[in-house]
Design a protein around this ligand. Structure first.
Ligand SMILES: Cc1cc2nc3c(=O)[nH]c(=O)nc-3n(C[C@H](O)[C@H](O)[C@H](O)COP(=O)(O)O)c2cc1C
Length: 307
C-alpha cells in the first residue's frame, strides 16, 4: 500500500539521484521516494549524457519514477521503460514551473492549464503500464486559476491512483508560503507538500485531510529527516560520516570529476548551522579532486577517514 499516511521524499532535480536515495534509505528503509524528474525524450532516446536514463530500481522499492513531457506517446513509452527498469510506480510531473519545462516545452506546470493534454497523457501512461500511476501538481497556474480539484477529478477518471499537491501556484514559484487547502470529498488520496519540516507541520497537514506528507527541501543536508519524522531514527551524531558515505556513493556513480563538483552543494547543505561553516563552504567550492574533498570533510567534522 503506497498511500498509508507515509512520509514521502519529494522529487528534487539535481538532488534525489541514486546516491542520495541510498543515503536516505540508510535512515528510512521503507519510505516512498521519488527519482529526479526524467525527460521522456531523453529516456526514450537513451541519451548517453544522462546517467539516470540507465538506472535500475529493483533494489529501491518503494520508488516512484517521475517523468515529464508533453507528448502522450513518448510519455507512455517512457513509463514502460521505467516499469521494466523496476520502478514501483510512475509519477507524472504536472507542477514544474521552470520556463524550459512549463512554457517552452508545454510540460510540467503547463498541464495545469491544459487539462485536455493532461488527460491525454494520463490516459496514455495509465494504459501503458501495470504499476500504479500518480501525478504531482500545484494549486493551479496562478491565483485566478486555483483549479487543482478539477485536475484531480480528471486524474481519478483516468485511473491515476494518487496525487501529490504542493500548496503554491505556478506563478508563486517557490515564493510565499505553501497554503494547502482542507480536503473534502477528493476522489483519490492526496499527499500534502510544501514547507513541511517538523512534527508539527506533519500533524497540521494530516489534520487537513491529506493521506500522507511529502518532504522536499527539508531533506537537503538532512537525508535522515524522513526517518526522524517517522520516528524510525534520530539525527546522526556524526554528520561528517554521513557526508563521507554520500560522497563515496557519488564517486561510484558519477566518477571523480563530476562527483566532486556535484558534491560541493551537498557539503554546503550538510554544514548549514555549524560554526565556521561559511569558510568551509568557500574551501569546498574550490575542491576538484576526491582526496581533497574527503580530507576537508574529515577536518571540518573531526571524523576518521575509514571508508
Ligand atoms: C532543487 C529543487 C528541485 C526540484 N525538482 C523537482 C522535480 O524534479 N520534480 C518535481 O515534481 N518537483 C520538483 N521540485 C519541487 C519539490 O518536489 C517540492 O514540490 C517543493 O520543493 C515544495 O516542497 P518543500 O517545501 O518540501 O521543498 C523541486 C524543488 C527544488 C527546490
Amino acid at each position: 500500500m503506497l498511500v498509508n499516511n507515509q512520509i514521502f521524499g519529494a522529487p528534487l532535480a539535481g538532488v534525489t539521484d541514486r546516491p542520495f536515495r541510498r543515503i536516505v534509505r540508510m535512515f528510512s528503509p521503507n519510505a516512498p521516494l521519488y527519482t529526479e524528474m526524467i525527460s521522456c525524450h531523453s529516456l526514450v532516446g537513451a541519451h548517453k549524457n544522462c546517467l539516470r536514463n540507465f538506472d535500475r530500481y529493483d533494489d529501491e522499492a518503494p520508488i516512484g519514477a517521475q517523468i515529464f513531457g508533453a507528448n502522450a506517446e513518448l510519455m507512455a513509452d517512457a513509463a514502460r521503460i521505467l516499469q521494466d527498469a523496476g520502478a514501483s510506480w510512475i509519477d507524472i510531473n504536472m507542477g514544474c514551473p521552470v520556463p524550459k519545462v512549463a512554457t517552452r516545452s508545454g510540460a510540467g506546470a503547463n498541464l495545469m492549464r491544459d487539462h485536455r493534454l493532461a488527460e491525454k497523457i494520463m490516459r496514455a501512461v495509465v494504459s501503458a503500464v501495470g504499476i500504479p500511476v500518480s501525478i504531482k501538481t500545484r494549486l493551479g497556474w496562478d491565483d485566478a486559476h486555483r483549479d487543482w480539484a478539477d485536475l484531480i477529478h480528471i486524474a481519478a477518471d483516468c485511473g491515476v491512483q494518487f496525487a501529490a499537491l504542493h500548496g503554491r501556484t505556478r506563478a508563486q514559484l517557490y515564493n510565499g508560503v505553501s497554503d494547502l487547502p482542507r480536503l473534502e470529498n477528493v476522489p483519490i488520496p492526496i499527499i500534502g507538500n510544501g514547507d513541511i519540516k517538523t512534527d508539527a507541520d506533519v500533524a497540521r497537514v494530516r489534520g487537513l485531510g491529506y493521506s500522507g506528507v511529502m518532504i522536499g527541501r527539508g531533506m537537503l543536508g538532512r537525508p535522515w529527516i524522513l526517518g526522524e519524522l517517522a520516528g524510525e531514527c534520530v539525527a546522526p551524531g556524526n554528520i561528517g560520516a554521513v557526508a563521507l558515505r554520500h560522497f563515496e556513493y557519488m564517486l561510484e556513480y558519477y566518477g571523480e570529476k563530476n562527483a566532486t563538483q556535484m558534491f560541493r552543494k551537498h557539503a554546503a547543505w550538510y554544514s548549514v548551522g555549524i560554526p565556521n561553516s561559511a569558510d568551509f563552504r568557500i574551501r569546498v567550492n574550490q575542491i576538484s579532486n576526491a582526496d581533497d574533498m574527503r580530507r576537508e570533510i574529515c577536518e571540518f567534522w573531526g571524523c576518521e577517514l575509514n571508508i
